[in-house]
Write a protein that binds this ligand. Structure first.
Ligand SMILES: [Zn+2]
Length: 225
């Protein structure tokens, strides 16, 4: 039994699994996503959702989502490039969906008794499946995936403790400057590029891979926090 196992009642009066909240992984590749057919005996079972489960007391949501994805669907962190998270906050309980791109060919399978099947589905067909209610209510937002965020930092910025905080917890999408997009997500998980003295000249090179934020000075980082 893990520390997070147990039921809790949120501020809206629902019962939820996970004393410290829950988290799951939505892994995408081209126009497909990996979904898990949950075993009939699980809570709201015999439905399609994403691999996920209760967070442990010591775990952040991203760690929990990747652990559950490994346990339930045999997905490896090495194959996953996280873009951001969508937090469904019920006050007193929350579900964090980590949205990520597969970095190479991934062949998932049902790795424990909580799954009947785990497989790729075409995005266009997801809404026609019998979905887990929590996943169904988030699905519209989860499809609105912004380009990955590259945070290009100078040496001076790299030494600022705020950088590690933003790298680990992500950047709230309502803090993004005009012209940058958070899509339907709550926080973006930045790809930090340590560019030293070359930060300003290297930053434009990332524009064709995603969105770029150049932080030459620690003050630039503070705009995101
Ligand atoms: Zn609730």
């Amino acid at each position: 039994m893990s520390s997070g196992d147990g039921w809790i009642t949120c501020a809206a009066g629902h019962r939820h699994w996970g004393r410290f909240g829950a988290a799951g992984l939505l892994l995408m590749s081209d126009d497909q996503v990996i979904l898990q057919h949950r075993a009939p005996w699980t809570h709201q079972g015999d439905t399609w959702g994403i691999p996920g489960g209760a967070r442990d007391s010591h775990e952040d949501a991203i760690t929990a989502a990747l652990r559950e994805a490994a346990e339930e669907a045999h997905l490896s962190a090495a194959d996953i490039d996280p873009i951001g998270v969508y937090i469904d906050d019920h006050h007193g309980w929350s579900y964090t969906t980590v949205v990520a791109q597969a970095t190479r060919t991934v062949r998932p399978y049902a790795a424990n008794a909580e799954s009947v099947a785990v497989r790729w589905h075409a995005v266009a067909e997801v809404a026609d499946l019998r979905l887990h209610p929590g996943f169904a209510s988030a699905w519209d937002r989860l499809q609105d995936v912004p380009p990955p965020l590259f945070l290009v930092v100078s040496q001076e910025t790299a030494d600022d403790p705020l950088l590690e905080q933003l790298r680990a917890a992500g950047i709230a999408t309502d803090r993004l400057p005009a012209g940058m997009s958070g899509g339907g997500l709550t926080r973006l998980l930045p790809h930090v590029v340590y560019a030293g003295d070359l930060a300003a000249s290297l930053a434009p090179a990332y524009a064709d891979r995603g969105q770029v934020f150049l932080a030459e000075e620690p003050a630039d980082l503070r705009l995101l926090a």
